[in-house]
Design a protein around this ligand. Structure first.
Ligand SMILES: [Zn+2]
Ligand SMILES: [Zn+2]
Length: 338
């Protein structure tokens, strides 16, 4: 097949050039290659390195594909608030099955710099049970890489969870609301993302053994079941907001609670949302008694920025809130989140 060979523009943060050899792909470990889009579309080079599996980590299409190769794709942009985290287990499985077959596998994105490097580092972290830094150093010694800050945080969360996805992990749940559903970049697509969010969350919940959803919350007026404790977003103890790098202590106004619960979106809300972009908070009524229950906001603005002690380091993921006098607890099961 004929194709035009195009070299992607080489760039490093600050436009710095380095002395590291910038090839299209580099061998990171036996049979495991990290490279750019040129490498992924170079049949000769792939053959030469005995590569039979290609993992594409970008939002584009390969214009050259070979029938004899096995492909997998994770569609993400190279942005800090894109979700790579929840794709890591399937990526690891793909790389494992490739390496198990004794063939080579190429993990690539456009530059082989951020997205694909994140996946390769995540793979090696999970295999060696090591934290980010030493694995980054090892890969960096072989290729010029630079996972973006959001991806680095995602790898840390992945390591904290023991390299599996655990639906009981507060950070993971916050991350999912923040990235899959309410990312600032794509807030206009909010309605289109709801289904994907719930599908992804259900997948992870099904992977988590014995998931206790905690106490149920019901409408104060009519007793209609609304959500569970696991859906309530609370600040994790004494931690800064790593996602946005803000020192939460200086932001906290010292109040224990503001009288609201911030909650994850619920499936039953889907039909009740009419996204308001500029007109301030929307309102969701109780499906049973039509009491106005939940306020929501599609944009990041002061409405969602609460600095009470319960919410101070939940920065970007708070979009839905309910005043605590509009709900009551249905049962008193203890729930301990990680
Ligand atoms: Zn608050
Ligand atoms: Zn009600």
């Amino acid at each position: 097949m004929q194709y035009k060979r195009q070299r992607p523009r080489r760039r490093t943060p600050g436009g710095m050039r380095t002395n590291l050899e910038e090839g299209d792909m580099h061998l990171i470990e036996e049979h495991l290659y990290l490279g750019n889009i040129v490498a992924a579309q170079d049949p000769e080079a792939l053959k030469e390195h005995n590569i039979s599996y290609i993992l594409s980590v970008f939002d584009d299409e390969l214009s050259v594909k070979c029938d004899s190769l096995t492909y997998m794709q994770i569609r993400v942009y190279d942005m800090y608030d894109e979700d790579l985290l929840t794709h890591l287990p399937e990526a690891i499985e793909f790389i494992d099955s490739a390496l198990g077959s004794g063939k080579g596998v190429l993990v690539h994105c456009h530059m082989g710099y951020s997205r694909s490097a994140t996946v390769v580092i995540g793979y090696l972290m999970s295999k060696t049970k090591q934290p980010y830094e030493p694995v980054y150093d090892m890969v960096r010694a072989k290729r010029l890489i630079g996972p973006n800050k959001g991806f680095r945080n995602q790898l840390s969360v992945f390591a904290e969870m023991g390299f599996t996805l655990n639906a009981k992990n507060r950070k993971l749940r916050q991350f999912m609301v923040e990235t899959l559903l309410t990312s600032d970049t794509f807030w206009k697509k909010w309605e289109n993302k709801v289904d994907a969010y719930f599908a992804r969350l259900e997948l992870i919940e099904s992977m988590t053994g014995e998931l206790d959803m905690g106490a149920g919350y019901v409408c104060h007026k009519c007793g209609h079941k609304l959500f569970n404790e696991i859906h309530v977003q609370r600040s994790t103890a004494s931690e800064e907001d790593e996602w946005v790098g803000i020192d939460s202590d200086t932001l906290s106004d010292g109040k224990e609670s503001c009288g609201y619960l911030y909650i994850e979106p619920q499936k039953w809300m889907t039909g009740l949302l009419g996204v308001t972009a500029d007109d301030g908070p929307g309102l969701i009524k109780c499906p049973d008694c039509a009491q106005e229950l939940i306020e929501y906001n599609d944009m990041f603005d002061p409405f969602t920025a609460c600095y009470c002690l319960s919410h101070k380091n939940l920065f970007k993921c708070r979009r839905f809130r309910v005043a605590d006098n509009k709900i009551k607890i249905e049962s008193q099961n203890e729930l301990k989140l990680d």
